[in-house]
Design a protein around this ligand. Structure first.
Ligand SMILES: [Zn+2]
Ligand SMILES: [Zn+2]
Length: 348
């Protein structure tokens, strides 16, 4: 048995309790989790948010972002060894469907999500199939390796629009939005607007390289963006929050012919003014989900190696895994960047 953060029943909260240590199958690896990080999805599961209720079947172990050491490999594992430091892709693809076989495994037709549809990694040990693992460079700090999954989201989003020489607006400056700001900076954006309603997040956005930070609860982002782009609007708008006002402000602040990248997940259906925000503007609108497999992971690893984004600036808090309820409360307050938890108590 091992200790794990378990979503024990349908309703808010989770418990720290004993759970059977998973056993690796023929093509699986058993990983001792050295660091694991909390994501917005975990927060939704913890709070029993309506967007996730139908998907999660308690009891289950939560969590999907991690880095750890391989302790055991299945008999048919060919490319990984005991002692390797790995992370895992959250999108558990089948490898056999149309999408997987045409280079789009991140939108696999039979996809399962780690820590949503399956047991996760908020535990001492976690088992995953070799094909969903990512071998980390040993030079990358273990906490950064855990948090590279959301950086991967940002890399995927940034790759969907032209950044170099362009103005961009990032609506929603949580950890993924802040990573995106760091990437836009290093990819050569000429002016980066960061918009949020939490001052802590605006500070993170500034630390990551944002040029103009706008508190949407105090100022009108559309007016500010128009004022600072000669009345033209931004070349690219990234919606990272899923909040209705961000869609409205973002599309209004987008210049005609510009690109809108939609990443944030609204908790319910929202209204879009298709005629004015998209058609008359001849706007390019693109949804992005997860990371390309595994192209985005290779790119993300290179970004980290080159020091183009300093993820350590985004890691603001550390807890032992058993203090998970404190960690979740902090995350809910909005006054944190990436929060790391340690199932094997090594961070002191
Ligand atoms: Zn995540
Ligand atoms: Zn598939």
């Amino acid at each position: 048995m091992m200790h794990a953060v378990v979503k024990a029943s349908s309703g808010p909260g989770a418990v720290f309790e004993q759970w059977p240590t998973p056993k690796p199958g023929l093509r699986d690896i058993l990983v001792r989790i050295e660091a694991t990080s909390i994501c917005g999805t975990d927060m939704h599961i913890y709070d029993w948010h309506e967007s996730i209720r139908d998907k999660v079947k308690p009891p289950m172990v939560m969590g999907h972002e991690f880095a750890g050491k391989i302790m055991e490999v299945g008999k048919e594992v060919s490319d990984l060894r005991e002692g390797d430091i790995v992370s895992g892709e959250t999108h558990i693809f089948c490898g056999k469907c149309f999408q997987c076989r045409t280079g789009n495994a991140h939108i696999c037709e039979r996809m399962l999500l780690r820590g949503v549809d399956t047991d996760g990694c908020f535990a001492k040990y976690h088992v995953l199939n070799e094909q969903h693992a990512w071998l980390n460079d040993r030079k990358i700090p273990i906490e950064v390796a855990s948090a590279q999954e959301p950086l991967g989201n940002a890399v995927h989003a940034a790759s969907a629009a032209e950044i170099s020489g362009n103005t961009v607006a990032v609506f929603g400056c949580g950890p993924i939005g802040a990573c995106l700001i760091g990437l836009c900076k290093s990819f050569g954006a000429t002016k980066i607007f960061g918009i949020d309603i939490v001052d802590y997040r605006l500070k993170l956005a500034k630390d990551m390289g944002g040029d103009v930070l706008i508190d949407g609860s105090q100022q009108d982002p559309v007016k500010e963006i128009m004022r600072l782009t000669d009345g033209r609007g931004v070349d690219a708008f990234f919606e990272m929050s899923g909040a209705q006002p961000s869609f409205e402000e973002g599309f209004k602040a987008l210049r005609p012919g510009g690109t809108a990248i939609l990443f944030g997940l609204p908790s319910k259906k929202i209204e879009l003014d298709v005629a004015n925000w998209i058609v008359f503007k001849d706007a390019h609108v693109r949804g992005v989900f997860g990371r390309r497999l595994f192209g985005t992971w290779y790119k993300t690893a290179e970004v980290l190696k080159a020091g183009q984004v300093d993820l350590s600036k985004l890691i603001t808090h550390r807890f032992d895994l058993e203090e998970f309820s404190k960690a979740f409360a902090l995350m809910k307050s909005g006054r944190s960047g990436k929060i790391i938890m340690y199932p094997n108590k090594k961070h002191a």
